[in-house]
Structure formats: C-alpha cells, structure tokens
Design a protein around this ligand. Sequence first.
Ligand SMILES: Nc1ncnc2c1ncn2[C@@H]1O[C@H](COP(=O)(O)OP(=O)(O)OP(=O)(O)O)[C@@H](O)[C@H]1O
Length: 345
Amino acid sequence: MEQILLTPFIPRFCSTFSHHSASKPTIQDRILLFPTTRTIMCSTSVGGEDPIAQWILTQGKTSKIIQISPVAGGCINHAYRYRTDSGSFFVKKNRSIGTAMFEGEALGLRSMHSTNTIRVPQPFKVGELPGGGSYIIMEFIEFGSSNSRDGQDSQSVLGRKLGDMHKAGKSEKGFGFAVQNTIGSTPQINTWCSDWIEFYAEHRLGYQLNLAMENFGDSAIYEKGLRLTKNMRPLFEGVLIEPCLLHGDLWSGNISCDENGEPLILDPACYYGHNEAEFGMSWCAGFGTSFYDSYFQVMPKQVGFHTRIGVYKLYHYLNHYNLFGSGYRSSAMSIIDDYLRMLHV
Ligand SMILES: Nc1ncnc2c1ncn2[C@@H]1O[C@H](COP(=O)(O)OP(=O)(O)OP(=O)(O)O)[C@@H](O)[C@H]1O
C-alpha cells in the first residue's frame, strides 16, 4: 500500500485524503503534501478526477507529486509548480475560460520550440478542468541570472537568438497563425492573409480601434486611427516583408534566463508577421544597443525602421487602452496624430 505523508497542517480542501482507499492507490494517494505557508493544494477530488495530477502521474513519467505551490507573476491565470519525484511541471489554470486560450499558447510555444533557436518551455498538455475552465501543463524552467553566462552580454545573446528565431520561423500561408489567440486577454485574430499591410490594418490596428469604439465610444481615436490604417502604405515602401514567427508579446515580464544564463521567452501571443512588429512592446522591454546590434546582424535593419516602429507600438498602446483604460489613450492618440501629420492625411 502506498504511504501518504501528511503533516498536521492539512489545508481544508485536502480533507479527501483521509478517505483514501486502503487497497488500490488512487491518484490522490500519490500526491504527497508538505504544506508550508506557501503551499496550496489543487482541486483534487475523490475518484482521481484531477486531470492535471492524472496526466502528470501517467503521461508525465512520474510516480509521486510531492508538492504543489503557487507561482506569482501572472495576472490572467493562476500558476503552479508541481514538484514530483522526477522533476517539476509548470501548470496554469483558468477557471472561467475554455481551452482555446491555452491551445493558442501551446501552439505558439511548440512553434517557437521547433525553430531550435531561443529557449521556450515545452508545452505538454492542454485540457478542461472539471467544473469549468482549462489548464496547460508545460516544462518547468528554473530561472537563473544572466550573470551565470560567463560574462557574455545577455542582451546581445537575446538579440541574436531572437533574430535566429525570426529567420528560422517561416510560413507558407502568409501572415497569420493556425489558431486565434490572445494578447493579454484581448482576442487576437490570426486569419491568414497574403498582404501584411492589409493584415496589420484589419486584424491588429482595426480590431483594437473597433474595441475602443465599443468599450469607450471613442469616435475620435477610432476615426483618426482608421484614417491612418487606410493611408499607411507609404511607410512600408521599399521594405522586404516576409512572414516570420513572432513571439508577439515581447516585454520584460516575458523574458528571463534559465539556470545557465541562457535567454528564455515565455507566455507568447505568436503569429507570423513582419519581424519589426516584434518591437511593438519595446517600450516595456528595456532592449539596449547591444540587443539591437546583435539582432540586426541576423535580421538586417531595413530602411525606415525607426519611422515604422510607432505603428507597431500603437497596436500595444491601443490594447493597453482597451484593457486598462484611459491612462494609455494619450500615448496612442499622439502616435496617430504624429503619423497623420507626417503622411499629410
Ligand atoms: N515554464 C515555466 N517555468 C517556470 N516558471 C514559469 C514558467 N512560465 C512562466 N513562469 C513564471 O510564472 C509566472 C506566471 O506565468 P505567466 O506570465 O505565463 O502567467 P499568465 O497569467 O498567463 O501571464 P500574464 O498575466 O502575464 O499574461 C511568470 O511570471 C513566470 O515567473
């Protein structure tokens, strides 16, 4: 019979443990708890209905879950570390939405992973939670410090590896992605399109402008923004635009280092797009000169890069406006106004 280790401080939602079967060990029997003030328990229920524990203990090639503890940092989902007798798994759960969001994340992670360039967590499983909601199980990565990389400039390594990913991640279907996903919690439409400017105008800026109209009745930003989308083609003249795999939400909260100091990117909103669109969140990323120098050695800088960057930031400013409110409106509006003046429209 499997031994169950319980300390006197059993969290109330773990009371099902005292009813375990004396004969055949259940999934719960194989979860050992070491409660600390930081340890919490997942929603295991009698009868082995916790699909996360079930997957870990069957497909995950482990025999015991030792501890489940929350991981701080995200806003949208609840994140956990599942420690087992053969390593850890990283799990995110969302009680209120179906599997589509995590399926989008998993496909993004898988696509980036398959470029064999920059490190990303490997996704293992997406599924539904009993009682509603969804979860994703992925590789747990122990974070480290960029100093552990033998003095090499971590920004420079990040820039090169990101460039490598953009170069390797090609699309035969044009601009878009195989599934719709989310940017923050806003839907991101990825319907394939052969023309980048059309794609970006409709599915990125246009979508956010419509939302601003719906959310705030903001006809000023809506009308001026649409004027920009209809007239922005000159900004791209003479530029070679090939679809390449983008992380899609590259800011400092989604960039880290593993134990060896290797750069790591997380929590993507992937699609195939113009590589320069990757820098739309650069106002929150802290990329320095060595980052850009290395990146441009792999993906050469094209004429007008600095003139176009505002168009790419605009998408994310509009998304922040839609998600977090009026604090971001003036940044979005001033980008639009600057372009309308520059383009004389
Ligand atoms: N594979 C992983 N291994 C270990 N820790 C991770 C892993 N992925 C993410 N983390 C950590 O968990 C935290 C939460 O994850 P994440 O940011 O993906 O959550 P989220 O709620 O989906 O995100 P957000 O609200 O930022 O969109 C991150 O800040 C990071 O510190």
